[in-house]
Ligand binder design. Structure first.
Ligand code: ASP
Ligand code: MG
Length: 402
């Protein structure tokens, strides 16, 4: 007998038919004598719809506390409906809201972190042989106020339960059948991966692969919870996410693109020690995250520094630098939004020279100009013109996987 934790995303429970489909998947494992704890997200676009309702009332943004009261309602609907479906199939089941399942979080409304899970209630229900359906993405803080874990937080709820209950399997069901070498909707020859490491998955998630929520992968790595990403609609093996995987001859695990990037260039800075410090310190103090940095030689003892930020942060970054104009002494700043970042990820590149040149060759063969490059142990990213993003994704992918 094993303990299964299964998480179903919003699209997997979007309507009555899908709810019954999920109920059947759950019951199948329960019937074999296993314990099953299920985490569900809100149905379909419920969370987005609730956010839209809040905007109707207060376009400037309601308080985060009240947003949490509203958003937790989405998952309350889906857990009860799923429990009703399992009841109808004739199996013992109970639905629990986050707080009932013991999720204690900090008080950072809308982006709370789980502090601990009091597993007593869940253990009691399992002792009574009940299937447990838990509302994902939510908890309660020390003031007994409802909290949510940030968008896509149900993955994290599932991993947290798997860790706290020492589950044998943690299965994340979605509407795709696993993690791919690239976005299968954009790249024709994208292949499903059997396995991927936590670190690779984290890079691919931050780079916009969007199969698993980032925090959930971080938590899985921390507690060594093996994850299985699989389809709720087709019965076939998915992708396993774990610490170490077989490397064989695979150089890279995937190619991702990220359109949420802007490049800011500060032109004509004095070429003195401390300038870079002043510039990036100003940005850090305003909590602006900088990704890639490029410094180049300017004219007459000046230098230019360009860096990338999330597109949503670009205005803030421009304003911040402008407000330091006197202190920094530069000629001008400019911001370019029509750029994209394309990255290759793979633990194998550490031990294989030539991976970078292979990527650059694919871009050169297609006359795609590289504006910026950055590398880490398991990742190489380039900034290019956004109009070539999809093309770059495909040509780089096919160079490695074709
Ligand atoms: N329903 C929440 C959201 O849409 C949580 C989740 O889906 O994991 O962000
Ligand atoms: Mg959702």
């Amino acid at each position: 007998m094993s303990l299964y934790v299964k998480k179903f995303g919003g699209s997997s429970v979007a309507n009555a038919e899908r709810v019954f489909n999920v109920a059947n998947i759950i019951v199948e494992d329960y019937k074999k004598g296993n314990d099953v704890i299920v985490v569900v997200s809100a149905q379909g676009d419920t969370t987005d719809d609730l956010i839209a309702k809040a905007r109707e009332i207060n376009p400037k943004g309601a308080s985060k506390r009240e947003m949490d009261v509203l958003l937790t309602a989405g998952e309350q609907i889906s857990i009860s409906l799923l429990a009703m479906a399992i009841e109808k199939l004739g199996y013992p089941v109970i639905s629990l809201l986050g707080w009932q399942a013991g999720f204690n979080t900090d008080s950072n409304h809308c982006i709370a972190r789980i502090k601990n899970i009091n597993t007593e209630r869940m253990k009691n229900e399992l002792d009574k042989k009940k299937i447990i359906i838990v509302a994902g993405f939510q908890g309660i803080d020390k003031y007994d106020d409802l909290t949510t874990l940030g968008r896509g937080g149900s993955d994290t709820s599932a991993v947290a339960i798997a860790a706290a209950m020492k589950a044998d399997r943690c299965q994340i069901y979605t509407d795709v059948d696993g993690v791919y070498t690239s976005d299968p909707r954009k790249v024709k020859f994208a292949k499903k991966l059997d396995e991927i490491t936590y670190d690779e998955m984290l890079e691919l998630a931050t780079l916009g692969a969007q199969v698993l929520n980032n925090r959930s992968v971080e938590m899985a790595k921390k507690h060594n919870v093996e994850l299985e990403v699989l389809s709720s609609l087709e019965k076939k093996p998915g992708t396993i996410v774990k610490e170490k995987v077989k490397m064989e001859k695979i150089l890279i695990r995937g190619v991702a693109k990220d359109m949420d990037v802007s490049i800011i260039s500060v032109i004509g800075l004095k070429d003195n020690p401390g300038i870079a410090f002043k510039l990036f310190n100003a940005l850090a103090q305003n909590k602006i995250e900088v990704d890639m940095i490029l410094q180049s030689v300017g004219r007459d003892g000046t230098k230019d520094i360009s860096f990338s930020v999330k597109r949503s942060e670009s205005e803030n970054a421009m304003r911040t630098i402008d407000s330091f104009r006197e202190n920094l002494e530069f000629e001008s700043i400019k911001c370019s939004n029509n750029v994209a970042k394309v990255s290759i990820v793979g633990a194998g590149m550490e031990s294989h020279p030539g991976v970078a040149s292979k990527m650059f060759e694919a871009l050169y063969d297609n006359q795609i100009n590289i504006q910026m490059i950055s590398t880490s142990e398991i990742k190489i990213s380039v900034i290019i013109d956004e109009k070539y993003a999809d093309k770059a994704l495909t040509v780089v992918h096919d160079k490695f996987f074709g």
